[in-house]
Design a protein around this ligand. Structure first.
Ligand code: TYD
Ligand code: MG
Length: 449
């Protein structure tokens, strides 16, 4: 076995024989770190070789998935856990990754099923303390404080288990490599061996991943390519709720989110997120409007706020939280040019309440409404919701799933909905008044009658 030194980029996995200040692949500065890697010849693992099989002869039943009973978690995974899948969960320190996985372990273990919880960071006593706080008394959770991959796989063969949790992948190392735990080659190698283990034994494996300062899962991007599912656990320290978001999922939609709240006794799922995001609204305030956006398969109503005020300096300021900044600039220009609202010279800020990010164009009309309301200093009727995509010529374009959005609003007691004309013409609901608009100008007239 020949050992050689290479420089590996810690953020994208690029390898170079010499040191460079900047990674030519991902452009990161000072990300190339020297690591020893061994040139081992890759040989086929022992065992029968696979043969091609016709698609219709493969048996797989969707029923092989099993549920944890934590509805929000199951939904984000695409409808439960797929045996043999590897799920990577990333998130800031202290956000609740270990708490979530301990609660998951509690739900899927019982007298006949074990869960193996491997901790490379905390001692069994610390985990026991957390379990006490969460009121977990399951007899099927086996804790193992170990960081050597070979040891872990050895123990895994001895204790039959229904799922394995590895907290965190950055602490795990394999003897086959001489580089330090947490280095790119170690993380990559450990993850792919755990992947092999999962597939071979049809056991789901959950990996906790640390995130770097800029929010990406630490270690090479290839880690995200190796695993089947990548989830991010998000939230900010100022709020108690947490959002679990799928960014990659081989077994389901990537747009799903799960909403939780961190309480004294652990994470509690929020079955109706709309009511949570709207709970602190002050009806009658200017620049505020409720929009209906779709996250995965589910509509979520959120409040969008705008603040438009005369700019004290020559160059007006712009700021966007929760929506795309460039989208905001575009919509400001549409208001100026197509509606004749002289808003360009003002300081403009947009905020989606509750730390939610709305990435779909249906929020456009909501931004327009909030901006106009703040600019005109006229409040929007609190029982109205707004959604629709806005084009550069000031037209309002149809969006997907209009009916689901309107029904969610009706369910929460909203009385009026302003939406694209094309969507409105296909809807027949009598629980809520529906106003179709085809241009931004129409929309502003409908919002401020
Ligand atoms: P933890 O799961 O340790 O975070 P991570 O593994 O992502 O680093 O969660 C730590 C935080 O959660 C900690 O600040 C305390 C809080 N917490 C609660 O508020 N209630 C609880 O029941 C538990 C277990 C933790
Ligand atoms: Mg932790």
């Amino acid at each position: 076995m020949k050992v050689r030194n290479v420089f590996l980029c810690q953020s994208c996995g690029y390898s170079s024989p010499k040191w460079m200040g900047r990674c030519p692949d991902c452009g990161g500065w000072n990300t190339l770190i020297e690591e020893k890697i061994s040139d081992t010849r890759i040989s086929r693992p022992a065992g029968p070789s696979a043969t091609p099989v016709p698609l219709d002869e493969i048996d797989y039943a969707e029923s092989e998935r099993f549920l944890t009973g934590i509805g929000e978690f199951d939904r984000v995974l695409g409808g439960g856990i797929v045996p043999g899948s590897v799920v990577l969960i990333g998130g800031d320190p202290g956000i609740g990754k270990s708490t979530l996985l301990l609660q998951v372990a509690d739900r899927i273990s019982n007298t006949s099923h074990n869960v193996l919880y491997i901790s490379g960071e905390e001692s069994p006593a610390q985990i026991k303390m957390r379990a006490g706080r969460l009121d977990i008394a399951s007899k099927g959770i086996y804790l193992l404080a170990e960081t050597s991959l070979e040891e872990i796989l050895g123990h895994a063969q001895k204790i039959p288990h229904r799922a394995m949790i590895v907290d965190s992948i950055q602490t795990i190392f394999t003897d086959q490599l001489s580089s330090a735990p947490g280095s790119v080659s170690q993380v990559r190698e450990s993850a792919s061996q755990l992947m092999n283990y999962a597939k071979k034994n049809a056991v789901p494996v959950f990996l906790v991943g640390h995130v770097t300062k800029d929010g990406a899962i630490a270690g090479p991007r290839v880690l995200e390519h190796i695993v089947d599912t990548v989830l991010y656990f998000e939230g900010d320290s100022g709020h108690s709720y947490r959002i679990l978001r799928a960014v990659k999922n081989r077994f389901g939609s990537t747009h799903e989110i799960g909403v939780f709240e961190m309480r004294e006794g652990g994470l509690e799922e929020i079955v109706n997120p709309s009511s949570l995001f709207l709970s602190e609204r002050t009806p009658g305030s200017t620049g505020s409007v409720v929009v209906s956006s779709i996250e995965g398969s589910r509509p979520i109503l959120t409040e969008v706020q705008a603040l438009v005020s005369p700019s004290p300096f020559g160059i007006p300021k712009r700021g966007a939280i929760g929506v795309d900044y460039n989208r905001l600039l575009l919509l400001v220009s549409v208001l100026e040019k197509r509606v004749g609202m002289h808003i360009q010279g003002q300081d403009i800020f947009i905020n989606v309440v509750g730390g939610l990010e709305i990435r779909e164009p249906a929020v456009d009309l909501g931004i327009i409404a909030a901006l106009s309301s703040s600019f005109k200093e006229v409040a929007i009727d609190p029982d109205t919701i707004v959604f629709g995509e806005v084009g550069l010529s000031g037209e309002v374009r149809a969006v997907t799933s209009a009916e689901v959005r309107v029904k969610e609003a009706a369910k929460l007691g909203f009385k009026r909905c302003i939406l694209p004309e094309r969507n409105a013409s296909q809807l027949a609901l009598d629980s809520i008044e529906i106003i179709g608009v085809s241009t931004v100008k129409n929309a502003v007239e409908a919002i401020f009658p």
